[in-house]
Design a protein around this ligand. Structure first.
Ligand code: MF3
Ligand code: CO
Length: 257
């Protein structure tokens, strides 16, 4: 049974909201000159202050609280004292928590200082891809309908979809069934059911879709070194529309002020 009970969904919502708030706190610190290590330290503190634990640290040996992936790094970038953010960079910050036994997992790609118009467009379209996917997260659709909607939006803007990593179900484990690819065919894949809880996380490249793993054994980056963007939210599949458990509103309210 991939469906969660209503009370499990409330627990997952609490976890999702805590990651959303953690990302807002991290986002408020992002500026040219800060290191991704400093962001990681603050995120861990924030999570622990709220009675939770980092969700990524120790997961398959992953060393940190955040994944911080800069420019052509797609995902799973390891925070580092040497990684100083500079004007014009973009950084995907991916964060997980465990609160009351349930995982939260969300990601947002932030601009550092003044970013080129073409890269800002990549970020905008990638976020739109995520919301196209969310619109499809109803019991009327299959996974392939959602995947298709994401792919179609990205490719119609001349971007490419990373194939090597996918979204996923979430619960008392960070990665549960089903897999949620960001590319696919309409009408294919598993039927969605009300109360399935999934993380939708398009990874969209400005250039070609191919990625490589860096020597650290974690960081995934684009083969052509062109920038990539990544946004992730958690939703409960609904009858008519998805119930979005995490939110970018804390982040975006803070960025505006
Ligand atoms: N947010 C990532 C995902 O959705 C998880 C990061 S992998 C970890 O798959 F090892 F860093 F935890
Ligand atoms: Co995820």
């Amino acid at each position: 049974m991939l469906e969660k009970t209503d009370s499990e969904i409330e627990l997952l919502r609490a976890s999702a909201l805590l990651v959303s708030q953690t990302l807002a706190e991290v986002g408020s610190l992002i500026c040219p000159g800060i290191t991704t290590h400093e962001l990681d330290v603050r995120a861990e503190e924030f999570i622990c202050d709220h009675g939770a634990q980092p969700g990524f640290k120790g997961y398959r040996g992953y060393p940190n609280t955040l994944c911080t992936s800069v420019n052509s790094q797609v995902v799973h970038g390891i925070p580092s004292r040497d990684a100083v953010l500079k004007d014009g960079d973009v950084v995907s910050v991916d964060c997980g928590v465990i609160l009351n036994g349930y995982y939260g997992d969300s990601a947002y790609t932030f601009e550092v200082g003044n970013v080129s118009e073409s890269t800002r467009r990549l970020l905008r379209v990638t976020k739109e891809c995520l919301f196209k996917g969310i619109e499809m997260a109803t019991q009327r659709n299959r996974i392939g309908d959602l995947s298709w909607a994401v792919q179609q939006h990205a490719e119609s803007h001349g971007y490419s979809v990373v194939r090597d990593l996918v979204g996923h179900g979430i619960g008392t484990n960070m990665h549960e069934k089903p897999e949620v690819p960001n590319f696919g065919k309409r009408g294919s894949g598993m039927q969605l059911h009300k109360n399935m809880v999934i993380c939708i996380e398009p990874m969209i490249n400005k250039g070609r879709k191919e990625v490589v793993e860096e020597k650290d054994g974690w960081t995934i980056r684009t083969k052509d070194n062109e920038p990539s963007a990544h946004f992730e939210l958690t939703v409960a599949v609904g009858e008519q529309k998805a119930d979005v458990l995490s939110t970018f509103s804390f982040i975006e309210d803070k960025l505006k002020s």
